[in-house]
Design a binder for this molecule. Structure first.
Ligand code: GTP
Length: 261
């Protein structure tokens, strides 16, 4: 009886293991770079960070990690400060850009705490050295963190003025050999015109890099965009606020707009 019982326990365990590992085979992307804008942390506020949004992202990112996806994140800082606005307030552009980079560090620290509160292992990596709060960026070390299942959060942009956090996303995604950039926005893809202004705007399910440039579509700034185009790195623009979009994307479901070749 004991033997039969253990036989069934073993069978059950074996099928359970099989079931557990099965989703890996279904995954379209193994290593992703998620670009989150600073504004995405504001929720319904006009400024700053809301606990609700942090929790929303942390739980979705945890689901990806549980599937075995390697997740790198680049976060923006526009909910706190935008370099481009600086000149209006009499602040030199370069100075403003550095202020914007510091804003991304604040957001990254908040996201790191939110991820840790849901038991996701993280490493915060800064392009500007600030050893007391973040690791410096070392490419091989960053990829090792990913291999060990840690979520890495890249902050301080590229560390240089005149580059946006989209450029940081494109640069880091290429450096770590990400399979795709997932650009989370509040619209659900790339449209022929701004869907918030033009009711006739039509959404693309899929569009080539060349067409984006020819039509002057707004996906990312040109520096970021050409870096992806030259290295043939696909970008998916999608609505980050819709729960389960991230999970659907990594399973290969058509969500948002795919920009590729
Ligand atoms: P392994 O070597 O793979 O075990 O990686 P690890 O990140 O766990 O080891 P390490 O001993 O390098 O780091 C331990 C902790 O210190 C982690 O939370 C790191 O993020 C953090 N850490 C490492 N280097 C720095 C740094 O230069 N500055 C700051 N602020 N934290 C760091």
């Amino acid at each position: 009886m004991g033997t039969i019982h253990s036989f069934f326990v073993c069978k059950f365990a074996a099928s359970f293991t099989f079931f557990e590992s099965k989703p890996m085979a279904d995954l379209k992307y193994k290593r992703i770079l998620l670009k989150l804008s600073g504004e995405s942390l504001m929720g319904s506020q006009k400024f700053g960070i809301t606990a609700e949004m942090l929790q929303h992202y942390a739980l979705q990112i945890r689901e990806l990690v549980e599937l075995g996806i390697e997740v790198a994140i680049v976060i923006g800082g526009g909910n706190i400060y935008r370099g481009i606005q600086a000149e209006k307030s009499g602040i030199e552009r370069v100075q403003g850009d550095y202020m914007g980079m510091l804003a991304t560090v604040i957001n990254g620290m908040a996201l790191q705490s939110a991820l840790e509160s849901v038991k996701v292992d993280t490493r915060l990596i800064s392009a500007i050295e600030m050893k007391e709060i973040a690791e410096p960026y070392i490419r091989r070390r960053a990829t090792r963190h990913l291999e060990k299942g840690r979520v890495i959060i890249f902050v301080a942009g590229t560390g240089s003025p005149y580059f946006t956090t989209d450029s940081a996303a494109a640069l880091r995604a290429n450096e770590i050999n990400a399979d795709v950039i997932l650009k989370g926005t509040r619209v659900d893809g790339v449209y022929t015109a701004d869907p918030e202004k033009d009711p006739n705007a039509k959404k693309f399910d899929k569009v080539t890099f060349t067409k984006v440039i020819a039509m002057g579509l707004n996906v990312m700034d040109m520096t970021a965009f050409t870096l992806c185009q030259e290295n043939n790195l696909p970008i998916i623009v999608f609505d980050i606020n819709k729960k389960d979009n991230l999970i659907k994307i990594v399973h290969g479901e058509r969500v948002g707009t795919l920009v590729e070749g």
